[in-house]
Ligand binder design. Structure first.
Ligand code: SF4
Length: 257
């Protein structure tokens, strides 16, 4: 069901390490299933970037259970700071009123500091430990999700992470799959997606994402009122709204604290 470029086939034959980024969400899960018959298990590891208490409960365990089902090593990448520590720091050092303390779609410090950075650190460690020089990091990003994601190249060499003696590629194996194909793939593999989807969630990662849909945010507010209150409290204290729409959370979700 997925297209495998020749470069990837050569990387497989050449013994490269394939790192499956797994948020615990449906797309990561479908990607792991899709790669089952394509990349030998001995060449794969699963990494979950833990966002601690701001991510959906059970996301880490869901990713871990999937890795164990496929007999793959499971690595947890943890940032040195929490999401709220990052927000509070941004508030303290902001240069002026036009510099919000929350990350934004155009400045996703949450992704770079809490996910990408810690994941890349773990990848470098595993490469060192295994004495490997070639790696393909795989992400379950799909074109259908947004115009920005549709424009992403499904396969590209990471110039930021490649250097003499280290060849680093980034691959989006399920870039062309639709939402329904993803759920079908999970179901055909006799697996179940994270329980948040049964509650009506569309996506899964931080319970309250700066780019989350009204539906997902309202779901999260009902499921975790304590965490919801923390976000709303920071919005009220700082005067900056968390969501990219600039609409206060209580208005977006329709849920009062
Ligand atoms: S899920 Fe949203 S808020 Fe959380 S790290 Fe990703 S972009 Fe940031």
């Amino acid at each position: 069901m997925i297209y495998v470029p020749n470069t990837i086939r050569e990387m497989i034959v050449g013994g490269a390490l394939f790192v499956l980024n797994d948020s615990g969400g449906k797309d990561s899960q479908a990607m792991r299933i899709a790669l089952r018959e394509i990349v030998p298990a001995a060449q794969k590891i699963v990494i979950h970037a833990s966002l601690g208490d701001v991510e959906w409960p059970g996301a880490l365990e869901h990713a871990q259970a999937g890795a164990e089902r496929d007999g793959l090593p499971f690595v947890v990448a943890r940032a040195v700071k929490t999401f709220f520590e990052m927000v509070e720091h941004r508030f303290r050092v902001r240069p002026g009123p036009n510099s919000p303390c929350w990350p934004s779609a155009s400045n996703r410090q949450c992704t770079s500091d809490l996910k990408r950075g810690p994941i890349e650190r773990e990848v470098r460690r595993v490469l060192r430990e295994r004495g490997l020089k070639r790696v393909v990091t795989c992400m379950g990003i799909r074109a259908e999700e947004s115009s920005g994601r549709a424009k992403q190249q499904p396969l590209r060499r990471s110039s930021r992470n490649s250097r003499a003696g280290r060849d680093w590629w980034e691959w989006l194996p399920i870039h062309t799959l639709t939402r329904s194909q993803v759920f079908a793939m999970i179901s055909h593999a006799n697996e179940a997606p994270h329980a948040a989807y049964a509650l009506g969630n569309d996506r899964l990662s931080c319970m309250f994402c700066i780019m989350g849909s009204r539906n997902d945010l309202a779901n999260a507010a009902r499921q975790n009122p304590d965490l919801y209150r923390r976000y709303v409290d920071v919005e009220k204290r700082t005067g900056y709204t968390m969501h990219q729409s600039r609409i206060p959370l209580e208005v977006l979700t329709g849920v009062s604290t």
